[in-house]
Write a protein that binds this ligand. Structure first.
Ligand code: FES
Length: 106
């Protein structure tokens, strides 16, 4: 094993855990799949590929507040996210990228 630094400035995890209605989960209503697709398309169209990665995640243990999206390493959590929140989340990612760039130039 080799320990390395993540190549991504922001790694966006969209919980896609599905309990098929047995208990609340982020996949209820399938909005998280549409939100993930919106975020992936937004990353592509904004030219952030290589800096921002959108990945599916398993249960984050906060199912009652889902659908959940988390951004690392900034530790930003979007609870109760819907596909309609995609642009707001992308706006927040833009702010995080700017803050990282400002920090890098200081
Ligand atoms: S099912 Fe998404 S946090 Fe548990």
């Amino acid at each position: 094993m080799k320990k390395e630094t993540s190549p991504y400035t922001c790694h966006v995890f969209v919980c896609t855990n599905d309990r098929h209605g047995e208990r609340k989960s982020c996949a209820d209503g399938n909005g998280n799949a549409r939100l993930k697709e919106h975020l992936k398309n937004g990353v592509q169209s904004r030219g952030w590929k290589g800096r921002v990665r959108v990945s599916s995640a398993g249960c984050m243990g906060l199912c009652g507040r889902g659908p959940n999206v988390m951004v690392y390493p900034q530790k930003v959590w979007f609870a109760g996210a819907s596909p309609e929140d995609g642009e707001k989340i992308l706006g927040e990612i833009a702010r995080l990228l700017s803050a990282e760039e400002e920090g890098a130039t200081r």
